[in-house]
Design a protein around this ligand. Sequence first.
Ligand code: ARG
Length: 561
Amino acid sequence: MKNFKDSFADVLFEALDGHLDKQKISLMIEKPKFEHMGDLAFPCYELAKILRKSPQGIAADLAGKIGSPFFEKIEAAGGYLNAFLEKATVSASVIQQVLTEKETYGDANLGNGQAITIDLSSPNIAKPFSMGHLRSTVIGNALALISEKCGYRAVRINHLGDWGTQFGKLIVAYKLWGNEEKVKQQPIKELLKLYVQFHEEAEANPELEDMGRQWFKKLEDGDGEALSLWKWFREESLKEFSKIYDLLGIRFDSTNGEAFYNDKMDRVVELLKEKKLLIKSDGAQVVQLEDLPPCLIKKKDGTTLYATRDLAAAIYRHETYGSVQSLYVVGNEQSLHFKQLFSVLEKMGFTWAGGLVHIPFGMMLKDGKKMSTRKGKVVLLEEVLHEAISLALEDILKKNPNLPAKEEVARQVGTGAVIFHDLKNFRMNDIEFSLEDMLRFEGETGPYVQYTHARASSLLRKGKFAESSGDIQIGDPEAWPVVTTLMAFPEAVKRAFAEYDPSQIAKYVIELSRAFNKYYASVRFLEESSQKQARLSLVYSVTIVLKEGLRLLGIQAPEEM
Ligand code: ARG
C-alpha cells in the first residue's frame, strides 16, 4: 500500500539531510487534532536543539523545500509542519487498493506461517460454562483470527478442566444419588446438583470425603468403572458446551484438557529433578522462585496439581506445534499461577518460555457485582445467548418481516451483539452485562456496525453496482473521513495484534461506521451522476472492510437485516 505517512517521512528525511533517521521521523509524525490542520503533522521542537534554530524557523524552511504528488500542500504552522493530502488522488489510490485486495486488505505478514497456540475457553467439566469462560472464548477467538491476519498459524486449544479430586466426589455422588436419564437430559445441571449435594451431605458425613478421595485414586490408577463414568461425564459436558460453541461459530484445533497430560507429568518431574530444581517442603515437592511464592509440583500424597499439568502442557505444545508464541487467555485472578508457570519454565532453561504470554481480562458484572455461578445464582450462558437471539428476531419481525433466512440473521445479530459488547472495551476493564445495551442499533454496538454494513450493501444492490476500472476519483468532501478511516485499517490490525487487544478492531469498525453514516446522510448515491460509480466504489470498499473487521472479532455481517 502507498502508506502516506511513509511518503511524508520519505520527503522529510530527504529534506533533513540525515539529521534524523527515517524510523525516528515516522514515529514523530502525528495526526493533527483538527481537520483544518491537515492530515499529518511533524513537530519541529526536537530538531531545534540539533539544528540550533527555532522550531518555527525550521518548519518554515521545510515547508519551502518539500513537495509530493500525494500532498496538496505542506505548510508551516508555528513549530509544526502540517501536510494536507491530495484528496482526489489519495482517495482513488485507497479505493483501488481495497477493491484489488478485497478481504486480504490489511493482511500483514509478520508471522511467516509460524504457529501461535492460543489457550482459550477451557471450561471445567460437569460445571456450568461461566461468564469468564465466555470472555476467554470470545477474546481468544478474536486473537486467533487477528494473528492469522498477521500471517501466523493459530492453534486454538481448549484446555478443558477435566481432571482433579472433584471427579472422585462426583463419581461417589452419582453412584449414591444419580440417575442416568436425568444426566443425559441436562448434564451440567444434573452433575452440578450432585456435586452440591455431595458437599452438603459431607458436612454431616465426613466419610464421603474419604470415599471421594478413594474414587479419585481409582480414577488415577485407571480403574475401569471410574474411567468409564469420568469419560461419560466428560462427553456429556462437552456436548453441552458445544451448543455454545456452535451458536458462536467457534471451533478448536484441540480439546486436550488437563487429563491428557496425566502420562506426561513424570517426565516433567524427572526434568525438574535433573536440573535440581525440585525441593522438599513439608513433604510436598516445590520449585523455589525468586520473587514469587514457590510453585507446588506434587502434594504430600504424591498427586499432581493444576500447575504440574500446565508445565507438561506447555512443553507438549512447544514440541507438537513448534509455537513461537503461546497465549493463555485466562481471567486476571490466575495471574500469579501464570507468573509461576512461566518462571519455572525459564528456570528449566527453555528459551521459548519467553514467548509465553498470559492474556488476562476483567470480570463480567451484573448491577455492579460479579456474575457468579455459585449456588442458586447460576447464569446459564446458553440461555443468555438464546435470549439475545430471540430479541434480535423480534426486532427483525418488526422492521423487516419479509427478510429471507430470518433465523440465521437473528443468530448472527444476537451473538454478534454479545461478542461485540465484550470486545469493544480494553479486555482488562470489567463489563456490565446488559442485553438491552448490547442489542441497541445505535451507539457502540455490534448490531450498529452490522446494520451499517447491511445498509451499505443494500445501496450497492439498489444502485446495481458492478465493479469497473472506471473513474474512482471522488469529489465529495464528506467522503474524505471515510477514506482516511479506510486507510487506517492495516495499522489497526497490527496494533490489535501487537497489544493483544481486539478492542482496537472494535473501535475501528465503529469509527468507520460513523464516518460512513455521516457520508450516507450527505449524498444521494443512487442519483445518476458522473460521481455515481466512484461513490459506489467507496461504498463497496466500506462493506469489504466492515465485514473483514467484524470477521476478525468473530462476528458475521449479514447482507440484509
Ligand atoms: N479450567 C480453568 C478454569 O476454569 C482454566 C484453564 C486455563 N488454561 C490453562 N492452561 N491453565 O479456571
